[in-house]
Design a protein around this ligand. Structure first.
Ligand SMILES: Cc1ncc(COP(=O)(O)O)c(C=O)c1O
Length: 397
């Protein structure tokens, strides 16, 4: 089980059958049918019970085809001006920058906090003091939730709208009073159904508009606005309902394996650091931060021994050829235009570059056996000893 870095924990055929039989009986296959509607009702009630925002309006949500669609549609319902500038962390999944571009806005790639590895309200404020931005898309990187209240305060003080990409943080990400929240139900995420997305807000009009956009801009077959097709099918609704039935077990397995794994890593090497707030996640990937720049050599060493070491969300987006023309902003608010050279951008993006040199991940999923963990730790220990013996080298992209 070490040749893949994640193995999804999804319902098996037996658990799906009762729901698939309902689809047979209903003969309804998409367009917010009975199963998708039931999933939306149950998920809303479940999340509402966990909601900590005292006195806030109740949660509203819509399912969508993917989190990418939730991000695009979430930006669309904000009605930003054409060409609006949207701040997004440089260390994230490409879907974030693509979603901003597909919503006719321009991403500005921000540097991140060195403990949480996230774009914080503090950094966004420093950048907004010097550069006009219309919205922020902070990301719950590696499933660690963001401070909802702090983002509410940010919007209240700056007037800048926020959509949180909490792709891998369903349930643990509290929904702010004003910001939207997008989740992914992709196979690699903890609440995995294959493909799926959820958009959450507290304003029923926002969610009604999102549903319209996801269904060709129509209501009762009449086109009221621009739109696309981003609906969740009844078949994904079936998997989603079956996953909700077993969600407690999924969470427990992930949290138990995290505890076991963390302990094993601490026994191998105490200089490896974990992401701040990791204990608040329902983890689906865990990244390790080396004390010196050795990520690329460590990954190569481990891969050569049959273990799929990897780096998710790295290199930072400004190092991807397609995003090379995007502007960047440092943690203290300095910016460089898209036309600046990659090396100059890299010089400005201190923490993103540090993570590029130091972060790596090993296979992490609930199907890891004790033997798998023991072998991972043996190879990790050997990789770190080899890197201690070698002169410090900068990781290649
Ligand atoms: C941070 C982040 N945002 C967005 C996405 C896109 O999610 P989806 O595959 O559901 O479109 C991902 C997927 O991995 C992600 O990690």
């Amino acid at each position: 089980m070490l040749s893949r870095y994640v193995i999804p924990d999804v319902p098996e055929a037996e658990a799906l059958l009762p729901y698939l039989r309902q689809i047979d009986a209903n003969r309804w296959y998409s367009n917010f049918g009975p199963l998708v509607s039931e999933f939306e009702r149950r998920l809303t009630a479940y999340l509402q019970k966990l909601d900590k925002a005292a006195g806030a309006p109740p949660l509203q949500l819509t399912t969508l085809m993917t989190c990418y669609h939730a991000l695009v549609i979430g930006l669309e319902v904000m009605h930003l001006p054409e060409g609006a500038k949207v701040l997004v962390p440089a260390v994230t999944f490409p879907a974030c920058a693509l979603a901003i571009q597909h919503a006719h806005a321009t991403p500005i790639l921000a540097d991140i906090d060195d403990a949480s590895w996230q774009l914080t309200p503090h950094i966004a404020r420093r950048i907004a003091e010097k550069t006009k931005i219309h919205a922020v898309m902070p990301v719950a990187v590696y499933g660690v939730p963001l401070d909802a209240e702090a983002w509410d305060t940010f919007t209240a003080e700056t007037g800048i709208k926020v959509i949180i990409d909490a792709a891998a943080a369903l349930e643990v990400q509290q929904v702010p009073r004003t910001a939207l929240v997008a989740h992914s139900l992709h196979a690699t995420k903890p609440f995995s159904i294959g493909e799926g997305g959820v958009l959450i807000a507290r304003d029923p009009n926002i969610i009604a508009e999102a549903r319209r956009i996801a269904n060709f801009g129509t209501e009762n077959r009449i086109t009221l606005q621009d739109g696309s097709n981003a609906k969740m099918s009844e078949f994904h609704g079936a998997v989603a309902l079956a996953q909700l039935d077993r969600w407690e077990g999924v969470k427990q397995r992930r949290q138990a394996i995290l505890k076991r794994y963390r302990q094993a890593i601490e026994n191998v090497d105490r200089t490896l650091a974990f992401q701040e707030g990791l204990e608040r996640a329902i983890p689906s990937v865990v990244m390790l931060k080396a004390a010196k720049p050795c990520a690329q050599e460590t990954i190569s060493f481990i891969n050569a021994r049959g273990i799929f070491a990897h780096r998710i969300y790295l290199p930072p987006l400004y190092r991807h050829p397609y995003f090379a023309s995007l502007p960047v902003a440092s943690g203290d608010g300095r910016t460089l235009p898209g036309t600046a050279a990659e090396k100059d951008k890299a010089g400005l993006m201190e923490t993103s570059e540090e993570l590029l040199q130091t972060l790596f991940g090993l296979p992490f999923h609930p199907l890891l056996s004790e033997d798998d963990i023991a072998y991972e730790m043996e190879v990790l220990g050997a990789a770190l000893s080899a890197s201690r013996a070698a002169p410090s080298a900068k990781a290649r992209v």
